[in-house]
Design a protein around this ligand. Structure first.
Ligand code: ADP
Length: 615
């Protein structure tokens, strides 16, 4: 497979492209982080603000309710005769006692903290706590704004630290009039400290401040009498602090500013505060509402610490989702690219394969063409060779026939010439001898030509049959003289004489004569040659074996013995066995040659068995 080209878009990464993905992820992370941060912060702030506003609302309702319960009480007291009576006769112990008892009775019924009566000089004449350890009676409250407000004819409202009880409370006051003259002031004090103990929200603190920002009530004890500077400022100015100290509103309590480190305003107009210091350190949201009728500002200071956790949670979830989505996208992208790459590789492999197939097909077509040409050339060459071989065979045949026939022809000419000479001399008896010789030689020539005729003979399709007895006798007649000449024995038992074979006697004899003749020639140097003929049969076939005791067949002879013109004899034509082979085949049988294990050659002629008697 060829390597993937570098120019492919999906494997080429320029440095810029390589950086693009990390940069994109970084940018995405930054954007997501920023977006999530602001979203979570805004949501969290909104939630905290809503909670704080709800708390504030609840607290203000309670506060207003509590204040409303006592707001008109001083006015009611101012109309009471016993109190007026005491103001007009302040040193009367009976009137003092009556006023005291009345005040404590009303105070108890209304659930106020303290109720008391002050004369026009600010001196307390009677008080609900007259029988308590530190009664107000005898105290001078002329410095209190609520006294001054009432003396000016108004309904006084003020909150301050009680200078005797040291209990922080809200003071309602009302002028006591007698003939259009203000002769004194009634005061009802309401304790507002309950809230500090009943408040149990760890993340929110309730602050009640005066107009100057002094925290008067706080669910966080250490913030009492601390000052929250006016919006925008981190510290109060010294003049304000001096004025507050001079008012003695909070007696000797030291008014210190809250340790503000930073402050900000939200889009909703709420204050964001960062406080320093050991216990209060942290970020807060301040939600406040001014109660002008009470001269106070009520605030809820909500701790922003849950915001961090919320932002962290949102960031973790959001970034997790972002990274998971990014990872999924990257995975899908990588998979897509890999698929593309595989498809491309597959395509390339396919194309390469097609190219190779085309190339191979071309090569095969070429080589096929070449082979065809070569075959044609070979055919030509073979034809030429066959022609040459034919010519050679013709030459050999001519030479053989020439050799075989020349001798008897020369002899015949000799005998004929001699016969004429003998005839001229009148020796007719001698001429007869010569003629007999000529006749013999002609017979020999006929015998030489006999096998050549066989070559030309067509395969015998006829159904000739021969008895073995006939064959044996025929061969003995034909070969008798020759066997005798060689002092040879032909061992052919007559116990198989009744067997009938397919084939005509003439050609069968020719084969056997040829085999026996060759055997005799092979044993020419033996004094008493012996030839054994053995016949075996089965249902269909007759096997006739001719064995001699000569030298046997060489390897070369075994390989070529049935080929025409194969001969080892100087005078042989090499046609005898080739013709015999053809005859055996033409009779539907076969002829084979081998060496006998006991020495000598053995030729096996297999013939078809005929069951019918020959006609
Ligand atoms: P030819 O007799 O004219 O040579 P054949 O075809 O009859 O032709 O025999 C071919 C050759 O086979 C012989 O030249 C001889 O070498 C060999 N041959 C045939 N018969 C025998 C045998 N019985 N023993 C040894 N060699 C044989």
């Amino acid at each position: 497979m060829p390597p993937i080209m570098r120019r492919n878009s999906f494997v080429t990464f320029t440095p810029l492209r390589r950086l693009a993905l990390p940069l994109l992820l970084l940018l995405g992370t930054l954007l997501v982080t920023t977006g999530l941060f602001w979203h979570a912060r805004e949501q969290g702030l909104a939630q905290i603000r809503q909670d704080a506003e709800a708390s504030l609302g609840r607290y203000i309702i309670n506060l207003r309710h509590q204040l409303a319960r006592h707001r008109d009480l001083p006015r009611l007291l101012a109309a009471q005769q016993q109190l007026k009576a005491l103001l007009t006769d302040p040193h009367n112990p009976r009137k003092t006692d009556a006023a005291n008892r009345y005040l404590s009775w009303v105070n108890a019924i209304m659930g106020a903290t303290d109720s008391y009566l002050i004369n026009s000089n600010g001196l307390t004449l009677a008080a609900s706590n007259w029988d308590q350890p530190l009664p107000f009676i005898g105290n001078d409250y002329s410095f209190r704004p609520y006294f001054q407000q009432a003396m000016e004819g108004g309904q006084g409202r003020y909150f301050a630290l009680g200078n005797t009880s040291r209990v922080r409370g809200y003071f309602f006051s009302s002028p006591v009039r007698e003939a259009d003259q203000i002769i004194g002031v009634t005061v009802v004090k309401v304790d507002l400290e309950d809230i500090e103990d009943s408040w149990n929200d760890a993340l929110q603190d309730i602050l009640v401040m005066d107009e100057d920002g002094v925290i008067f009530i706080s669910t966080r004890h250490d913030w009492r009498f601390r000052l929250l500077p006016r919006p925008g400022a981190l510290t109060p100015d010294d003049q304000l602090l001096a004025r507050i100290a001079a008012s003695r509103r909070y007696e000797n309590a030291e008014v210190r500013p809250l340790p503000l480190q930073h402050r900000d305003t939200t889009t909703h107009g709420n204050q964001l505060l960062t406080l320093d210091g050991n216990e209060a350190a942290g970020h807060y949201l301040l939600v406040s509402e001014l109660l002008p009728e009470a001269g106070m500002r009520v605030a809820v200071l909500a701790n922003l610490s849950p915001l961090k956790a919320r932002i962290a949670r949102t960031l973790i979830t959001g970034l997790g989702a972002f990274w998971a989505s990014a990872a999924l996208l990257l995975f899908l992208r990588a998979r897509h690219r890999m698929k593309q790459r595989h498809e491309h590789e597959l395509q390339q492999a396919h194309e390469a394969l097609e190219r190779r197939v085309a190339q191979r097909t071309r090569q095969l077509t070429d080589s096929n063409q070449r082979l065809k040409q070569e075959v044609e050339q070979h055919q030509q060459t073979q034809n030429q060779l066959v022609q040459a071989a034919k010519l050679a065979v013709l030459g050999q045949l001519s030479a053989g026939i020439n050799h075989e026939l020349n001798q008897p022809l020369t002899a015949i000419r000799q005998f004929a010439d001699n016969g004429r000479k003998l005839l001229a001399r009148g020796r007719t008896e001698a001429v007869d001898g010569n003629l007999a010789e000529i006749g013999g030689l002609a017979g020999r020539m006929a015998a030489i030509l006999q096998p050549l005729r066989e070559f030309a003979r067509q395969r015998d399709a006829g159904g000739a049959q021969t008895r073995v007895a006939q064959l044996r006798q025929g061969v003995l007649v034909l070969m008798g003289a020759e066997l005798e000449k060689h002092h040879a024995t032909l061992h052919w038992p007559d116990d198989r004489d009744d067997i009938v074979v397919a084939g005509d006697a003439g050609r069968l004899e020719q084969v056997l004569v040829n085999l026996i003749g060759n055997a005799l020639q092979a044993m020419a140097n033996q004094p008493a040659p012996r030839i054994d003929i053995n016949i075996t049969t089965d249902d269909a076939r007759v096997i006739l074996a001719v064995r001699d005791h000569g030298p046997g067949l060489s390897e070369r002879a075994l390989a070529h013995i049935f080929e025409p013109f194969f001969t080892t004899k100087s005078t042989g034509l090499g046609l005898g066995l080739s013709i015999s082979h053809r005859i055996a085949e033409s009779l539907g049988g076969e002829l084979s040659a081998a060496n006998h294990p006991g020495g000598g050659a053995i030729f096996t002629l297999v013939l078809n068995r005929a069951h019918k008697e020959p006609a």
